[in-house]
Design a binder for this molecule. Sequence first.
Ligand code: BGC
Length: 906
Amino acid sequence: MRITHCQLNHLTNPLGYDLPELTFSWQVEQAEGKKQTAARIVIRRGQDPVADTGWGDLDSLGTAVPLMQEPRTRYTWTVSVRTDAGEEAESAPQWFETGKLDEPWAARWIGCSDAEPRHPIFERQIAPKGAVRSARLYCCGLGLYELRWNGKKIGREYLTPYCNDYDLWVQYQTYDVTSLMTGPGELSVLLGNGWYKGRFGFGGEEKPWYGDSWKLLCELRLTYEDGTEEVVGTDEGWQVTRSAITFSNIYDGEQRDDTLGPTAPEPARLTDAPKGVLTARHSLPVIAQETFRPMDLVITPAGEMVIDLGQEITGIFRLRVHEARGARIRLQFGEILQNGNFYNDNLRTAKAEYRYISGGGETIVEPRFTFYGYRYVKVEGAEHFLMEDFTGVALYSDLPMRGELTTGNELVNKLIRNTRWGMADNFLDVPTDCPQRDERMGWTGDAQVFSGTALYLADAYAFYGKYLYDMALEQEVNGGMVPNVVPAFGIVSMGCSSAWGDAAAIIPWNLYLYTGDAAILRRQYPAMKAWVDYITGIDGADHAWRRHFHFGDWLALDNPAGGADQVKGATDDGFIADVFYRRSAIIVAKTAALLGKDEEAAQYRALADRILQGIRDEYFSPNGRCCIDTQTAALLTIGEDLSDKNRAAAALERLLSLSGGKLKTGFVGTPLLCKVLTDCGIAGRAYDLLLSEEYPGWLYEVRMGATTIWERWNSLNPDGSISSTGMNSLNHYSYGSVVEWMFSHCAGLKPMEDVPGFRRVKIAPALDPRLGRLSMVYPSAAGCYRVNWEITGPREVTLCVTVPFGCEAELTLPLSEEPAQTLNAGTYQFRYRTSRPIGAALTADDPIWKLMEHDRAREALLQAYPDLLRVPPMMRDQSLRTLLVSYAGDAAGDAIRAINEMLSSL
Ligand code: BGC
């Protein structure tokens, strides 16, 4: 038996993080037993135990242990586990180390002249006085900083101190530099502009949002072998020289001129601290995760030299330059070629370029303070350029990747890989909408919509934890309002919107549901409540929230005005606003109940009931028909349990028929689409949508060569031309929300609210012969699940399921009359004859002529609908569904279901 995945606040051996509450988690592998019977956590400082839970019923998904933390202190911890088979084991020792906590800094904020564009390097000679036992660096540099020891980068992080609302808080990082302090050397810090003092946000203005001067705070603490300590902090004794970087910002890129000579050192100046509260880090490290050799180097019809990486990434590059002194190289970054030529108009005002003046000789250049979202690079001015000189470097936050899913359909597999890239590319410290144009911001709606998929694909708890910390701080200064983007970058004036702001409730709830760790709910509860209260304040007595501005079913295709540039869907914004208001109120009520706040739970439950009544009064007929006739309204009615589900299902089927089986949904409807269809028992319709290679649909973009997820269903026209440039990114993850359905319904593995964190799950795969097979591995918070199914004969299924230690699954065998069974930890194999043919050969969506050709179908149908014989030949091309709907409207739903059932039993 082994104890694995030991984490503290969902981090492995964290150094210098802000950890006000300590929550421990672990997993057990290779055990004889099926369940943990007791566990014990011991925390030590040196050899001394400072906390010991004793043996008890500790939750492996999250056990909070109180501890008075000392500054700059390393603690070790172990967890021991006993199982129901009488085994006992102890984990390998884990550790965490605190930052400075409330201890005053020995360093002072320093700066330099800001008039000079050459980016400053702050330097200090260090000469350790003896053998160093341990050395730590605590550092924050604004806008961005890069630390070096004797000219070599310290650590592996990029874009520190990361992106947050610097008016509210500023992060510092902690580095273990013990191995560097073997002799005298130079500590230097290069500063850039970044999100803090570079241009960022809407409007293309040069104005920085947070500050306009460079600032540095750095404290080096050396502990010698003899136990004495030396502290070197930033002060006027530090020197400033100037680097060759002459320009940098996030959108426009970077410029470096190696012909510039060195500058004479100047003394650093003391300067003011930034406005935000200096806080130990929450951000995960952003690191170079993957490198790419170009796939191709082309000369375009316009005569440009363009590199193709073969994959759209977010990040930087390394370029080997071997040009004469003074040669000017310019690189530009884009997502796509147009007519075979380089193209970047959809980046709007973002220049996304790198300019370099060679100093002669051979040099490797790499941007320090910017990043690009790109697949193609246009290279100018490099006469001796070779394809091998260029390496693409993908940067994203260092979070463990988790779930994997492959099927028998290669296009679907590519869609899943594209979604994973969409996530990686938009998980650079902040969950962003896109990584390339002049936006790259933490849009709350996009983050909310994608969070379910992200939690299947990665261990995203700590990553979202930082985002939610940001969000709560923004809410505090905005009366509970959740700005549309977080960090807000002064864009709060834009206000908020339903479905976007509801991220404040939905994301923490999802984190809890997927991990079973309620720590995030304890921390976010006030912010979750504040958001609902904020809406209540606006809503007043006459439903004013409905009339507030909302993005609605953003980018849906049912706007009656049509056109590629339309952004608003047809579903009433007020309806969506009320539905999400209720959803947030329900989440707050459930959270309150979990946290033992019964009165508040009752209060928010009552609020949710009142909102539901209001929705029914305004948007439903007295008989329960939704008066908004859109796919998204029907999906919300079913998915959010607003009214008669059968009527809504019938409406949904009718609307899908009317649109020729095509989806019309945007940001609000799409995440529900396949889930709801499958839950309504018509998984085949969901698969039809997934597998359609025509516009609009997921495989359309795969077929068109996408390597990530597009922002719009029609980002590219069928001829490959870009549909519009105003707002059209080829790397927006929202519609990747379909991957959540693939895990939860196609593989069929779903978390359960009453026993969250995948400790108890439902497994109910929805098979489809068009996939043929599916293989899923999901290393959940509670342990690793596997589901493999394959259609091994005309009526035969092979299914293999693995349930991890300590977990329980309620398995429903697909296409079988067997009742659901409960599985404990273990691996189970099933091979069985299905009770029905797999994937109905015929459905009500088939043309009438086809149904009439099938003897038994014809006989059964004519018995129920003798008039079918009288359908004129020219109408026999239409489906039976269309015919029935045109006569009976939504009432045809029941008949269609009965027909489908009958056909599937033939
Ligand atoms: C962003 C989004 C965002 C939207 C708000 C766009 O510019 O890229 O994805 O959610 O604005 O509606």
